[in-house]
Ligand binder design. Structure first.
Ligand code: BTN
Length: 272
């Protein structure tokens, strides 16, 4: 089923927080990358409040220079261009906000409880269901633009994934055995995102941190961390006020990670 743009617009208009977050929706049937379009528009001085939505991407971008599998007619690919009144140091909190919104939206529409893997993966049984790519530029207007790109594997068949992703990726259809309405899912995710983001704009980031501390499946797990420079293991203990992950090393030191790839190894302490 194709995306219902009229339904997206009437949902947007019906929710004040959503109306505040999204002032304009731009749908492009096929695009290189919705994040790329959003960044280009930001460089041209586009104000915040733009949602770019596409049905397929030729070169969807994943984290750490990976490609995001983006076939037509099956999944969700969208980017929000914002110009937050928050210090750039706190931008990673938007990825926490998006993780919570995805988890809530997926639960409300598909009835599935997914896991949040720090910093921004949504997993089911350790397979990737959705991903978030935050990108920013330091020029292009008085405020710093922030692009939150989100991809959700909704209705791609399990055998539809490329061979390289079959073991590591999943979709809602693969888990449920039936298709999910992409428009309904998008609407609910956007609504949840506007709720989380309004916490940040209202100076209530502590509430967001408290929720992520409670719901991030990485916490309490032994993890392997890969950064650009090195690989190490430790216990994921806490997420701090800027969204960084604090890892307890074998020698008792705490290491603070802002960017990196995490592998969950095993649960070592209780975490609720
Ligand atoms: C990840 O590696 O987990 C992040 C994936 C983010 C993919 C989305 S799809 C919509 C938006 N446009 C892009 O090019 N990437 C993001």
């Amino acid at each position: 089923m194709s995306l219902d743009l009229e339904k997206i617009e009437s949902h947007r208009l019906a929710y004040p927080r959503l109306r505040e977050m999204i002032r304009e929706v731009l749908f492009v049937e096929r695009v290189e990358s919705t994040n790329r379009v959003a960044l280009e528009m930001a460089s041209d001085g586009m104000p915040g409040g733009l949602l770019i939505l596409s049905d397929s991407q030729r070169k969807g971008k994943g984290r750490l220079d990976r490609q995001w599998f983006s076939p037509a007619g099956a999944n969700l690919y969208f980017s929000m261009l914002l110009r937050p009144y928050l210090p750039v140091r706190e931008f990673p909190l938007f990825s926490m906000a998006a993780s919570l919104a995805l988890r809530d939206g997926i639960q409300r529409v598909a009835g599935i409880i997914s896991e949040i893997k720090w910093p921004n993966d949504i997993l089911i049984e350790e397979k990737k269901l959705a991903g978030i790519l935050l990108e920013s530029k330091t020029s292009g207007g008085e405020t710093t633009p922030l692009v939150i790109g989100i991809g959700v594997n909704v209705n791609v068949d399990p055998e539809g994934f490329p061979r390289t992703l079959k073991k590591t990726a999943t979709s809602l259809k693969a888990v449920l055995g039936h298709a999910v309405d992409r428009t309904d899912l998008l609407n609910v995710i956007l609504e949840a995102l506007s709720e989380q983001i309004s916490l940040l704009h209202e100076g209530k980031k502590d509430l967001l941190i408290q929720r992520i501390q409670k719901e991030c499946a990485t916490l309490g797990k032994k993890v392997r961390v890969n950064t650009i420079r090195q690989e190490f293991e430790g216990l994921a203990e806490e997420i701090d006020g800027d969204g960084a992950l604090l890892i307890r090393m074998g020698d008792g030191r705490l290491r603070r990670i802002l960017i990196g790839d995490i592998t969950h190894l095993r649960e070592t302490v209780g975490h609720d």
